[in-house]
Design a protein around this ligand. Structure first.
Ligand code: GDP
Ligand code: MG
Length: 597
């Protein structure tokens, strides 16, 4: 296709502002899918994504559009993941297109993810078309929201298109604006192949599918291609485009976005952001800015039933084939037996993987507290990465510990500002900026990631009644006064409950944890001390009193059916418990104990 008739774009929006619905309307308006085959959220494929209303993998669709100027255009939409865990994937897919539709809910206004995503688009030099969505709702206030876009983001919103992705108002105008305002891609057909590996995933029928954007040259079935980062060479089996089903084509040329399959065994062998060229006479310099995505949050996954370890291993290995950013290695815990230490891009990523293991593979899991990656500088000059607090070396050999920091952006209505500032302050935050836009404040904080991974987002939502929005990016590592805190139950350390904490906050956290555990652990026939300790020194202590005889007597009295029910309940409860020495600890305790509220 000639370049002048191609437009490539993505849609950036805060969650729930209507990105998927707008994509559906664009697919429908261009008759890419017959009306009878339309279902809601065409581009969100995985079940979990549908349920949670989030898109994780970049999805693509090629729309063919006859514009009012009488010319036929190809419009390629890449729908990028909207969640911060996948920011790197987003930034790569942004580089595969020339423009963005900025969708803002006209009843809500600019939110934290709107900002995070639009800055990515601006970084990628995109032309941006503002779209005000949900104008069918009585609360729509287009003037106010357009003004806010200008104030907060600093782009011209006078030509913002007013649409209802629900009813279809304004969709034609959006298509016209894409053609008129977004630049055509550039590239040279007679140059060596240079293509960006935008994303990849495992398809049960086709194997590994690679989403590519052609920069220069052409890509055809039968070509032998080379991945410039990994050096691997593959023969191309299939070349095609998404409409949104996979349709084979003869070749992909500059400016085009499509897929290839090439007998690649594992998704791991494809690095997002890599440059694809031909094995012979390839291009010389790869596309700039490649960096592999690395896990930032680690936790242990253990089967509740230790007989399920092999099943867990199989399941994890299968998932890992399909997700290059998920890492795993075997771990043994004195308390939990055999399991895996797994690395994730963030908490959502962790949850998605855990859900899939439980649902698709039917394995009951114990998830240990998520931990960030610390850099431990040893006195002998060595630097170690610490993925698991249980592996913390003897503090007498440690010179210093660095922890990852983030820049967090929070948008919040004025009335909740005080609570948000307090929350950030409590989490060792340093305020970087505070500005106002209308009746909303924008707060920017430097925060330790370890104070955020856990329950920060839940807390933020609860103190602001759901009105705050939040986004973050990793900024780097910095030293702080960090120590390992252990939890002892019945005088036995439970390694899976070890955490890294700031020295000044250790007492407070220790106290909160032992109090929580006291509620979470059921009473036994004997007294159970629950303690928090740093290097052998106890800093907090609770005692779970023993069950009194008459309580059990009462339980076991009563009629037969009630007794049976109780026994069944007990059995079900047992299944979710783990024994530590003589004490049963319920599965949920490992996560709940760490939540601060
Ligand atoms: P996304 O998270 O940005 O992909 O948002 P969705 O497309 O999933 O939309 C979020 C919710 O807003 C859904 O319940 C949609 O039905 C609804 N929605 C989207 N666009 C409109 C619109 O123009 N008008 C109204 N009334 N609702 C809309
Ligand atoms: Mg969506």
């Amino acid at each position: 296709t000639d370049l002048a008739h191609i437009r490539n774009f993505s849609i950036v929006a805060h969650i729930d502002h209507g990105k998927s619905t707008l994509a559906d309307r664009l697919i429908q308006e261009t008759k890419t899918v017959a009306d009878r085959d339309m279902k809601a959220q065409m581009l969100d494929s995985m079940d979990i994504e549908r349920e949670r209303g989030i898109t994780i993998k970049a999805q693509t669709v090629r729309l063919e559009y006859e514009a009012d100027d009488g010319q036929n255009y190809i419009l390629n939409l890449i729908d990028t993941p909207g969640h911060v865990d996948f920011a790197y994937e987003v930034s790569r897919s942004m580089r595969a297109v020339e423009g963005s539709l900025l969708v803002v809910d006209s009843t809500q206004g600019v939110e934290a993810q709107t900002l995070a995503n639009v800055y990515q688009a601006i970084d990628a030099d995109h032309e941006i078309v503002p779209v005000l969505n949900k104008i069918d709702l009585p609360a729509a206030d287009c003037d106010r929201v357009a003004e806010q876009i200008e104030d907060v983001i600093g782009i011209d919103a006078s030509g913002a298109i007013q649409v209802s992705a629900k009813t279809g108002i304004g969709i034609h105008e959006v298509l016209e604006a894409i053609v008129a305002h977004l630049p055509a891609p550039r590239g040279t057909l007679d140059a060596p192949l240079k293509a960006m590996l935008v994303d990849s995933w495992y398809d049960p029928y086709l194997g590994v599918v690679v989403l590519v954007r052609i920069m220069d040259g052409k890509l055809r079935k039968g070509d032998r291609i080379r991945m410039m980062q990994t050096g691997a060479v593959y023969p191309v089996d299939r070349v095609g485009v998404f409409r949104p089903g996979m349709i084979p084509v003869d070749e992909l040329t500059p400016g085009e976005i499509g897929f290839i399959t090439a007998s690649i065994k594992q998704v791991r062998d494809t690095k997002v952001g890599d440059t694809i060229t031909t094995e012979k006479k390839g291009c010389e310099t790869p596309l700039p800015g490649f960096k592999p995505s690395v896990p930032v949050v680690f936790c242990g996954l253990f089967p509740v039933d230790s007989n399920e370890f092999e099943d867990l291993r199989d399941a994890i290995e299968k998932l890992a084939l399909n997700d290059a950013s998920f890492s795993h290695e075997m771990e043994t815990s004195a308390a939990l037996g055999f399991g895996f230490r797994c690395g994730f891009l963030g908490l959502l990523h962790l949850e998605v993987i855990r859900d899939r293991l439980e649902r698709e593979y039917d394995i009951d899991l114990i998830t240990t507290a998520p931990s960030v990656v610390y850099h431990i500088h040893m006195k002998d000059g060595e630097t170690r990465e610490l993925h698991n607090p249980a592996d913390m070396p003897d503090p007498s050999h440690v010179e210093s510990i660095d922890e990852p920091r983030i820049k967090a952006t929070i948008l919040v209505p004025d009335e909740f500002l005080g609570d948000v500032l307090k929350l950030c302050q409590d989490r060792r935050g340093i305020q970087l900026d505070l500005t106002y836009a209308g009746s909303r404040a924008m707060v920017v904080y430097d925060l330790p990631l370890n104070e955020v991974v856990f329950d920060f987002y839940d807390r933020l939502k609860s103190v602001t009644k759901g009105y705050a929005s939040f986004d973050y990016q990793l900024t780097g590592y910095r030293a702080d006064n960090l120590v390992k805190m252990q939890i002892l139950v019945n005088d036995e350390p439970v390694d899976a409950l070890s955490t890294m904490v700031h020295r000044d906050r250790a007492e407070m956290r220790g106290r909160a944890m032992v109090e929580k555990l006291k509620d979470l652990i059921p009473r036994h026939m004997f007294k159970i001390p629950i303690q928090a300790a740093i290097g052998g020194k106890v800093i907090a202590r609770e005692t779970l009193s023993a069950l009194r005889k008459d309580v059990t007597a009462k339980c076991y009295g009563g009629d037969a059916t009630r007794k049976k029910k109780l026994l069944e309940k007990q059995k079900a409860g047992k299944k979710k418990m783990r024994q530590f020495g003589k004490v049963d600890i319920p599965q949920e305790a490992f996560i709940s104990a760490l939540k601060l509220d």
